[in-house]
Structure formats: structure tokens, C-alpha cells
Design a protein around this ligand. Structure first.
Ligand code: DAT
Length: 178
């Protein structure tokens, strides 16, 4: 017998700088059910789940098998926010909700510049945001009913987005208690 998960699996994805970690932290604080925030990029570094590190691009080539093995028990247990700039790697069965954060490219450029990214990495990410790469990826990887696109430009967006996800969690919870 499989036990029912204690909470949903919520994927928060989007181009770097769109606000995933900021949203995930606030959501973990405000959620009506306990949610563990996993910053997948940090996990990859901490647990050496990568093959190489590219100095020039300042980025890791992830060992996808190792990462999936690490995340499988966590996702199966439920009650987790997966915060990462890509989502197509995660099996469809893991996801209850996929939030894709979006940001105006001028604002995104400023955020990435502040982060000290090399120019070509800023350009690449900015272009990806304009081309809706992560949104397309989410839409082609998961059922359309569970993919939500949200703007993340200011604190008002942040607060209303998190409230919207909290409302969704309350509905998820009520559904299971019915
Ligand atoms: P990500 O995890 O997607 O790389 P982040 O959460 O680290 O992005 O945010 C990058 C920066 O932008 C950080 O200084 C917080 C700011 N930011 C992001 N979304 C925001 C929002 N909706 N309102 C105000 N600031 C935001």
C-alpha cells in the first residue's frame, strides 16, 4: 500500500533571476502544509551531482541520473518545492503544480547584472526569457491544467503569486480530506 503524500510537489521554474528562490522561500513560510524548499542548483553543488564546471559560463553540467536518484525519495514523499531554472527533467508523475515565473527582459537584465553574471550569460538568459524557453518546456512536459504562468516583477506580484499558490494548496488539501 502506498501512503498518501503529506503535501504536494510544486515546481517553481523560470529563467534565472525571475524570482524562483524568493517565491519558494515565502511560499515555504506561508504554506498551510509543511513544504520543504529544495534549491536544486544548490543541491547539485552540495552533493556533487554534476559532471563538470564551466568557468567561462560559470555553470555546472548536471549529472541527470544522479540528480534524479537524489530527488526521487524526496519527491515521492511529497511536501516539497523544487526550485530550478529548468523542469523537463522531472518526471510528470512528480508534479502537482508547475509555476513558471516570467519577468520583463529589461528588469531581468538588471537583476542578472547585479548578480555578477558574465555578459554572455546575461544575454543568453535574457534571450531565453524573451523566447519563452522555460514556459514552452513546462507546457510540453506537463498537463496544461497544472502549468501556471505568473509575472514576477515587483513585491506586489510576489505577494499575490504566493497567495494564489497558498489558495491552490488549500484546495489540494480540502480535496484530500473530502
Ligand atoms: P531566481 O531564483 O529565479 O534566480 P531570485 O529569487 O534569486 O531569482 O531573484 C533574483 C533577484 O530579483 C533578487 O534580488 C530578488 C529579486 N526579485 C525577484 N522577483 C521579485 C519580485 N517579484 N519582486 C521583487 N523582487 C524580486
Amino acid at each position: 500500500m502506498t501512503s498518501s503524500p503529506k503535501g504536494p510537489v510544486i515546481i517553481i521554474t523560470g529563467t534565472p533571476g525571475t524570482g524562483k528562490t524568493t517565491h519558494a522561500q515565502l511560499l515555504a513560510d506561508e504554506s498551510p502544509v509543511p513544504l520543504k524548499h529544495i534549491n536544486v542548483g544548490d543541491l547539485v553543488k552540495e552533493k556533487n551531482l554534476y559532471e563538470t564546471y564551466d568557468e567561462e559560463w560559470q555553470s555546472y553540467t548536471v549529472d541527470e541520473d544522479k540528480l534524479l536518484d537524489e530527488l526521487e525519495p524526496i519527491a515521492s514523499a511529497g511536501g516539497v518545492i523544487l526550485d530550478w531554472h529548468t523542469c523537463e527533467l522531472f518526471p510528470e508523475r512528480w508534479a502537482d503544480l508547475v509555476v513558471v515565473l516570467r519577468c520583463n527582459h529589461t528588469k531581468l537584465w538588471e537583476r542578472l547584472e547585479k548578480r555578477g553574471y558574465p555578459l554572455k550569460k546575461i544575454q543568453e538568459n535574457n534571450e531565453a526569457e524573451i523566447m519563452e524557453v522555460v514556459l514552452d518546456e513546462a507546457r510540453s512536459s506537463y498537463a496544461s491544467e497544472i502549468v501556471v504562468e505568473l509575472q514576477s516583477e515587483g513585491t506586489e506580484d510576489l505577494e499575490s503569486n504566493v497567495q494564489r499558490i497558498v489558495d491552490w494548496i488549500n484546495a489540494w488539501k480540502a480535496d484530500r480530506e473530502a
